[in-house]
Write a protein that binds this ligand. Structure first.
Ligand code: ZN
Length: 318
């Protein structure tokens, strides 16, 4: 038998844990219901989001990661890697592998979070991939809800063909990682659902806590237009270091790159080697951060030789 003190400690931690974990479910009836096919994709998305989060956590707990070029470029020189791991990636693990179903989003509580699947025709569907709604966003008791709305553009995208275009499923995570390594990426429309889910989790207060809530940070472009920093170049160069740790998309890119370009976060890739020459056929180089002088690692930090992946900026809404 367990000593009494230990038993009550276990009981206490169970109770504390149980009340903190939200009921995360999938809507299967009524407006915006998810069909069987979507449910399978959502399960896969959650599994892959956990893979992304775990890769991010493993990387962030590595010694000296905060000095690596990749970390500095995505989060700035003063961010705390363990803090980022604990507050922004560990919570992804509370997502259930197979969420239970719910038949209506009415009369749910502050502690519920529901995945819904609005169809084509929804006002947001032509650009948005997903959208997160928190309890505090709604007014009136009928309007309050915690939702992650998964739009059709998360599941599939248009590929042009001789007859116009046809729909293709967005990429599974592994396919996207392989495409990056093979340098055939990046059709931004094909972005894995799990990438977007890691982004949405940063908006979802019931998962990460309101104190860790992230935004879609915007900047003013050359034409005076307000643009949200989603693209890989934008999240490094167009927003400040303080904004980087508040921008949901920086977390999605970080997690993805720890799988696809892990060398960016190693000891061999510490500091900034200076401007990267533009490689033929590529646009802007990946991961340039001004003003941080350092040694240039010779052979192991691929991107300093121009042997890097260039990912162009994405559009669409996250
Ligand atoms: Zn967002």
């Amino acid at each position: 038998m367990l000593p009494r003190l230990l038993t009550s400690a276990l009981l206490f931690s169970f109770v504390a844990f149980a009340s903190a974990v939200p009921n995360i479910r999938i809507l299967i009836e009524g407006d915006d219901y998810c069909n069987d096919q979507s449910i399978l994709r959502i399960r896969q998305m959650i599994k892959e989001a956990k893979t992304l989060a775990q890769s991010a956590i493993d990387t962030l707990y590595r010694p000296n990661v905060e000095k690596s070029s990749g970390f500095v470029a995505l989060f700035g020189p003063n961010a705390n890697p363990k803090d980022i791991a604990d507050k922004h990636f560990a919570p992804v693990n509370i997502l259930p592998d197979s969420p239970a179903f719910v038949v209506t989003v009415k009369r749910l509580t502050e502690n519920d979070l529901t995945f819904t699947c609005p169809p084509y025709g929804d006002p947001k569907d032509n650009k948005a991939r997903m959208s997160t709604r928190n309890w505090v966003d709604g007014d009136g008791h009928d309007q309050r809800n915690n939702l992650i709305r998964i739009f059709p553009n998360s599941f599939e995208y248009d590929v042009p063909d001789s007859k116009g275009s046809h729909k293709v499923d967005t990429l599974p995570l592994q396919k996207a990682v392989e495409a990056v390594i093979a340098k055939t990426w990046f059709d931004e429309k094909a972005v894995p659902m799990a990438f977007t889910l890691v982004h949405e989790v940063q908006h979802a207060d019931v998962i990460i806590g309101a104190e860790n809530h992230c935004l879609d940070v915007a900047f003013i472009d050359d034409k005076g237009k307000t643009v949200k920093a989603y693209g890989l170049q934008q999240i490094q160069k167009k927003i400040t270091n303080e904004e980087k740790v508040k921008n949901a998309q920086n977390y999605a890119w970080f997690a993805f790159l720890t799988l696809a370009q892990p060398e960016l976060f190693t000891d061999d890739c510490q500091g900034n080697p200076g401007p990267i020459p533009h490689a033929a056929g590529l646009q802007e180089p990946l991961l340039v951060q001004d003003g941080i002088a350092s040694r240039a690692a010779e052979d192991t930090c691929k991107y300093i030789h121009g042997d890097f992946l260039n990912i162009v900026d994405t559009d669409g809404e996250f």
